[in-house]
Design a protein around this ligand. Sequence first.
Ligand SMILES: Cc1cc2nc3c(=O)[nH]c(=O)nc-3n(C[C@H](O)[C@H](O)[C@H](O)COP(=O)(O)O)c2cc1C
Length: 165
Amino acid sequence: NDSHAQPSTSKVLVAYFSRTGNTRVIARQIQRARNADLFEILPVTPYPEDYEQTVAQSQRERDSNFEPALQDRVTNISHYDTVFLGFPIWSQTAPPVIRSFLSAHDLTGKTLIPFITHGGYGLGNSLSVVARHAPGARVADKALSMEADQERRTLDQVTKWLQGK
Ligand SMILES: Cc1cc2nc3c(=O)[nH]c(=O)nc-3n(C[C@H](O)[C@H](O)[C@H](O)COP(=O)(O)O)c2cc1C
């Protein structure tokens, strides 16, 4: 179960949020390469199954600065010196749960290394949102930024195929 970092001697934590798995693949690769602990960031209330509803909700929550409640927190956050933080770009910024995660954990003195996937439109203001919500952390200047599959494009292609086009 990814949602609990198991007690271990690793000083490196990989915390991530992922809806369709693109960011999860990267999280697991970092975990293996750094022998790190893995923590999946999950909201108490899951986002809708429907893509368009999720987009609309993410925009509302961005505009109102809403921080959704988290299912779990990292219990021993003080133990880690380095936190890799992974997320997809949602509505040109970091998903609302990423702000919740940063607000819920004191990362003072830690190195914070973002890894971010997007559907082709880049990082938006996500890095400044991360920096603002982790005031005591040293945010690494070289975040990983990767273009990855977009759910919308996949859905559109499948719909066209089903319609025989
Ligand atoms: C609600 C929502 C909003 C999105 N907004 C953007 C966006 O503003 N810009 C962008 O490039 N991609 C956007 N995407 C695409 C994702 O960032 C991209 O597919 C990402 O790799 C998904 O990662 P995941 O599989 O870890 O969830 C959005 C996806 C979702 C579900």
